[in-house]
Ligand binder design. Structure first.
Ligand code: AQP
Length: 332
């Protein structure tokens, strides 16, 4: 089986429905046909301010939500990034092969650093894509499922891998991005032109996986729509309704036209009620399972440790080859 790598940051207590539709649902399917590695990238999360005890909790919670959403730790390698020190080690090595200007061209860095301002922008934020390259290359990854916004980081990963291979001999597999469909992109319910995000400014626009289902139902009922009153997909002129249609279709596996037909001639109230039911019945079992897993943190930690052990075996083999090729004297 070809190897696949993806991860998410433990940047909130709960994942949001965009993470679920855009990543977890797809990972669940992909784990059947790939040798999949899914990591909770806690080292990446350090590029934003964190309360230490909260970060620990968010890390466990993110892992529990992976499992609750159907990522099977017996089938996929589901682990916490910092449990495998080789990530940080390879990131250092790859940093020595990355141009300053090259890293400076990453649009995500440019966006985030201009938002944070010079003083709040860390070197870690600048080298974030180098750590991401290390994550991917350590496992000789063939494909990386990512959102459109990560395409540039995968390009950088490929460039670094090719550079290393050319300089030191074939070492890394050069990975391919697997770009998520635009139809899998979910927008904020209150501001449907902005991507739904864990770090959104207002809570009303975000559907959290671990929220009380009744709360999510209310948020769906209050989602921004338009004054036309017809349930019709038109991303440009009807972003709110289109977003709700995408969520409906993704969660039910139905096609958008069939949903449009079902609600033809009915108001937004009916449509939202229908979607609220869909969201509640999808989230309820996932939430219950996640809370159950979190009730027994020792068992969850045991599963994560076993999976980290599996990941480490592969990672250390790659790292050893890298050290040898670059001429580092090995400890005997
Ligand atoms: N709105 C979204 N629609 C579809 N997919 C989404 N993803 C995130 N938001 C949406 C996918 O979820 C994964 C999470 O990756 P991440 O944790 O590294 O951060 P992100 O992409 O920046 O996600 P968030 O929720 O917006 O987190 P914060 O606020 O922490 O930055 C990725 O696969 C992403 O495509």
């Amino acid at each position: 089986k070809a190897r696949l790598y993806s991860g998410m940051q433990p940047s909130a207590d709960s994942l949001q429905i965009g993470n679920y539709i855009g990543a977890l649902m797809q990972w669940r399917d992909l784990q059947e046909s790939y040798d999949a590695y899914f990591s909770v990238v806690d080292l990446h999360a350090l590029t934003q301010p964190n309360d230490p005890s909260e970060l620990r909790e968010k890390t466990r919670r993110t892992a529990a939500q992976y499992i609750a959403a159907g990522i099977e730790p017996a089938k996929s390698t589901l682990y916490v990034q910092s449990h495998v020190p080789a990530h940080a080690e390879l990131a250092w090595i790859l940093g020595t092969l990355t141009g300053f200007g090259e890293a400076g061209r990453m649009t995500q860095f440019k966006d985030k650093s201009s938002r944070y301002g010079q003083d709040a922008t860390s070197v870690g934020l600048f080298t974030y894509p180098v750590l991401m390259a290390a994550d991917i290359l350590l496992y000789q990854t063939a494909v990386v499922p990512v959102g459109d916004d990560q395409k540039q980081h995968i390009e950088l990963t490929r460039d670094i891998a090719e550079r290393f291979n050319a300089r030191y001999g074939e070492t890394f597999r050069v990975p391919m991005p697997m770009i998520q469909q635009e139809s899998a992109r979910i927008y904020d319910l209150q501001n449907p032109v902005a991507k739904m995000s864990k770090s959104a400014e207002t809570d009303a626009g975000v559907l959290w996986l671990l929220d009380e289902p009744s709360k999510s139902a209310k948020k769906v009922m209050r989602a921004v729509t338009d004054s036309e009153g017809s349930v019709r997909y038109d991303r440009e002129n009807k972003p709110g309704v289109s977003n709700l249609l995408v969520i409906y279709a993704a969660l039910t596996g139905r096609q958008i036209p069939s949903i449009e037909d079902e609600y033809a001639g009915r108001g937004y109230g009916d449509f939202k009620k229908g979607l609220a039911d869909v969201v509640v019945s999808e989230f309820e079992p996932v939430r219950n399972r996640a809370l159950e897993l979190l009730d027994d943190p020792a068992e969850l930690d045991r599963v994560l440790a076993a999976n980290a052990g599996r990941a480490e075996t592969v990672a250390m083999e790659t790292l050893g080859t890298v050290y040898d090729r670059m001429g580092l004297l090995r400890r005997r």
